[in-house]
Design a protein around this ligand. Structure first.
Ligand SMILES: Cc1ncc(COP(=O)(O)O)c(C=O)c1O
Length: 281
């Protein structure tokens, strides 16, 4: 746990920070968040993440107590206070202290610092499994704090030896509970859904990193295509590009980590490193 966090623009020792019991995030699960990495003290693609955070807030009629530039400065102050060279930042904006148990009020803004993600190396060298589930996230473009379905399914996910749950709706692929999904088909095209999903920043970076290497298609994707894919991989801020080798116990392609998942992970990481190196403090 990082030493310091921030609540409504004040940096506090994390052990002393607290939120009141009547916050709408506690009573009704109403709130939004975002999550990104930093390295050399520099937040990854901060503008894109802040854009998404403020858009999510607006769509949910929540008004952050700090303007975007203030929050940006504040995040850097928190990173400096904690003194870690690399890690992750979570922004949370809650519904605020509700007067009647239901209506939002002035949101509370929390900034937490976490360690650098540490998935086992085998997840990347051997791949991970998923279980599929019929579900559509309610406000797909909003990064809401509501992960009820994914969390409720954890026992089944664990029982299946899987990492996450893969959402589809009426046979159409959406995303996984905390990641976007790409597939490579037999024609060596890179395909990913283009609607009713959270538009991941990593998804966008992978598309940029893959440009010129293979055809990239964003469109509606049938689950049948996923089961017949040569390769499937997940993307997310905390997991880079992670190969999927099993869905519902069935192998994806030859059941091994494929060339493109490995190659695009490498390209994504080059892209990210170049960004950290050249970003201005
Ligand atoms: C539902 C959902 N889709 C996709 C993603 C991946 O987004 P990003 O690459 O911006 O982390 C996340 C990340 O938390 C998510 O929760």
């Amino acid at each position: 746990m990082a030493r310091y966090c921030s609540l409504n623009g004040k940096i506090l020792p994390q052990q002393e920070a607290s939120l009141g019991l009547t916050d709408l995030a506690v009573l009704r699960g109403y709130g939004i968040f975002d999550f990104f990495l930093f390295k050399y003290g520099r937040p990854m693609l901060e503008e894109q993440y802040l854009e998404r955070f403020y858009n999510s807030a607006e769509k949910m009629h929540l008004f952050p107590p700090l303007a975007r530039e203030e929050l940006s400065r504040h995040i850097r102050e928190l990173i400096a206070a904690n003194g870690e060279d690399m890690g992750a930042i979570r922004l949370v904006l809650t519904g605020g202290y509700t007067p009647d148990g239901y209506s939002p009020s002035e949101p509370n803004l929390i900034v937490l610092q976490h360690g650098w993600p540490n998935y086992p190396e085998s997840y990347f060298t051997e791949g991970v499994g998923l279980i599929s589930h019929h579900f559509q996230r309610e406000w797909p473009e909003v990064k809401a704090i509501n992960y009820l379905t994914g969390i409720k399914l954890l026992p089944e996910i664990r029982k299946a030896g899987a990492l996450e749950v893969l959402y589809h709706y009426n046979g159409v692929l959406r995303e996984s509970v905390r990641s976007n999904v790409f597939l490579i088909n037999d024609r060596e095209e890179l395909i990913t859904p283009d609607s009713d999903i959270l538009f991941g920043i990593t998804r966008d970076s992978v598309i940029k990193a893959a440009t010129g290497l293979l055809p990239i298609i964003t469109r509606e994707v049938q689950m049948e295509e996923v089961f017949n894919a040569r390769e499937v991989f997940l993307t997310g801020s905390n997991k880079s590009a992670m190969p999927v080798v099993r869905i519902d116990g069935r192998p994806v392609g030859d059941g091994k980590v494929g060339y493109w998942a490995k190659t695009l992970k490498g390209k994504l990481e080059e892209y990210r490193e170049a960004y950290y190196q050249r970003a201005e403090v």
